[in-house]
Design a protein around this ligand. Structure first.
Ligand code: PEP
Ligand code: MG
Length: 525
């Protein structure tokens, strides 16, 4: 991982693909001959720029508006106008503006108004672009949220940045009191200024405005990062819920919700099950910070790789997950009762789901038990091929499905998920696994993926394309998945998924997805 140092200028941390600011107009090497009225053209250019700044000031918020209005006043400064008019008698208008602004700039540079030179550069760039009939330099519009990278930013541009599109700002120049810093703070955008180094469009970076550094991939991320980036959606606005997997009352600030609470934490390392009251207190802690947000609690998944002596110690093919209720229905009842009480205590509305559901009969039994306890939204995990194949029957009994791709891979390939030697079979890009996911995704009820596969940004595009509506993963993986989704439209995800489904090996599937994502021009994983 490489880190580029600068000055933290806007608080917070955000991760996303780079989009660079439009280049400044450059004067051609040789100037053309003088036109009939170069002073008039130069004056018109400055007035054009001032009027444009006024228009932007009207639309900007209060901080940006003042700065823009002040820049418009500089563009209308009589001293500047006189000097431009003078020079335009012997030089073409664009050259006259460039020289006059250059002289003003030299006066300010090094003094206490040095930060204001950016305002002058902005006036020069806009006026020269207008005179040379070149596009006005401005914010990029790649069509998805991005990290804005620029040499420096003028108030005219920063004031109008849309925080929903601009995840963060990085500038090569500028100090802690520059307009970039002032406006980034006003907009609540993380920013690092004075950060030298080249970035390329599409490159994923993490901007840490608190530490004043920009990290290039791979990026370490904390749950705190998620505060800054909003809900998950594709570039064309199709919502894909991005949720966290948690294993206890973990800090989950800033996430949209939680797609999997693994409740084993309460049952492990003890000789008898926790009481209803103990569980109620623990679930209260989990639910309290999630009031008003989605939270999916999974009932006990003891057995196999999570042996718990008093509940289940069976093999992967034995008593585990929902099957525990065959011998110990009291464990399920107590858990549902404790969860219902914690929901009432906190005002949260948890969804509840059972692991290892294999048949529609099991799904119906679980849903009945959950509803008897007042837990109205009951779901089934799809972790067994039989359940995936008959997902429609299972969905008829419950309110939602959640694909546990870790176990689904294990059972589909008859490959113990703990055996690293079998990693090739457990690869989530295996065509057979993707076939099962694709089939489950067609069910007209909420379907999520909450296994490790959901954390792969490329695979997330495939899942979105297959119709999966929510992805749940370790919080550290959320920003990269969010960025990948934001860089692709739903039709692009569908095209990608269709192409991946035609692949016959995991390597081919992965390579196909990568090629198409790169062709879409916006993904660098
Ligand atoms: C899964 O199997 O994919 C899953 C999410 O459950 P766990 O990893 O806890 O078995
Ligand atoms: Mg599982």
């Amino acid at each position: 991982m490489s880190t580029r140092r600068g000055i933290g200028a806007g608080p917070g941390v955000a991760t996303g693909p780079v989009a660079r600011f439009g280049a400044r107009p450059v004067l051609p090497m040789t100037a053309p001959g003088l036109g009939p009225d170069e002073p008039g053209r130069a004056a018109a250019a400055l007035e054009h720029v001032a009027a444009e700044l006024d228009r932007r000031a009207e639309r900007a918020g209060s901080d940006g508006s003042d700065i823009l209005a002040a820049t418009a006043m500089i563009a209308r400064d009589p001293g500047l106008a006189d000097r431009v008019a003078d020079l335009a008698r012997t030089q073409p208008a664009a050259w006259a503006v460039d020289s006059a602004v250059g002289e003003y700039r030299a006066l300010l540079a090094g003094g206490h108004l040095a930060e204001r030179t950016t305002d002058l550069d902005d006036i020069r760039d806009r006026a020269v672009a207008w005179l040379l009939d070149q596009p006005v330099p401005g914010p990029p519009s790649p069509g998805h949220p991005y990290v804005l990278v620029a040499t420096d930013l003028a108030p005219a541009d920063t004031a109008l940045l849309d925080p929903a599109q601009v995840l963060a700002i990085v500038t090569e120049r500028g100090g802690p009191t520059s307009h970039t810093a002032i406006l980034a703070k006003a907009l609540g955008i993380p920013a690092v200024v004075g950060c030298a180094g080249s970035f390329v469009d599409g490159q994923v970076v993490q901007v840490d405005g608190d530490a004043g550094v920009v990290r290039t991939d791979p990026v370490p991320v904390t749950a705190r990062t998620l505060l800054d980036v909003g809900p998950g959606r594709t570039a064309d606005g199709h919502r894909i819920e991005l949720l966290a997997n948690i294993g206890g009352p973990d800090p989950v600030h800033g996430v949209e919700g939680v797609g999997l609470v693994r409740t084993e934490f309460l049952f492990l390392g003890r000789s008898r099950p926790p009481t209803v009251r103990e569980q109620q207190a623990a679930y209260r802690e989990v639910l309290a910070p999630l009031v008003g947000r989605k939270v999916v609690v999974r009932t006990l998944d003891a057995g196999s790789d999570k042996p718990i002596p008093y509940a289940a110690t069976g093999s992967a093919l034995g008593i585990r997950g929902f099957r525990i209720a065959r011998a110990r229905p009291d464990l399920l009842r107590d858990q549902l009762e404790a969860l219902a009480r914690a929901a009432a205590d906190t005002g949260a509305t948890p969804w509840v789901m059972a692991p290892m559901i294999t048949t529609a009969t099991e799904a119906a039994a679980f849903a009945t038990a959950a509803r008897e306890h007042g837990l109205t939204t009951a779901g089934a995990m799809i972790e067994v091929p039989a359940a995936a194949l008959r997902a429609a029957d299972i969905a008829a009994e419950v309110d939602f499905l959640s694909i546990g791709s870790n176990d689904l891979a294990q059972y589909t390939f008859a490959a113990d998920r703990l055996l690293t030697d079998l990693a090739d079979l457990l690869d989530p890009w295996q065509p057979a696994l993707l076939d099962l996911v694709a089939h489950v995704a067609t069910i007209p009820k909420p379907v999520s993926v909450c296994g490790e596969a959901a954390a792969d940004p490329l695979l997330a595009l495939v899942f979105a394309g297959l119709g999966i509506g929510a992805l749940s993963m370790a919080p550290i993986s959320l920003p990269a998945v969010r960025t990948a989704l934001a860089a692709h439209t739903l039709p692009q995800c569908r095209e990608l998924a269709a192409a991946v489904r035609r692949a016959t090996t995991p390597a081919e599937a992965r390579a196909t997805a990568r090629r198409l994502a790169e062709e879409a021009g916006q993904f660098r994983g």
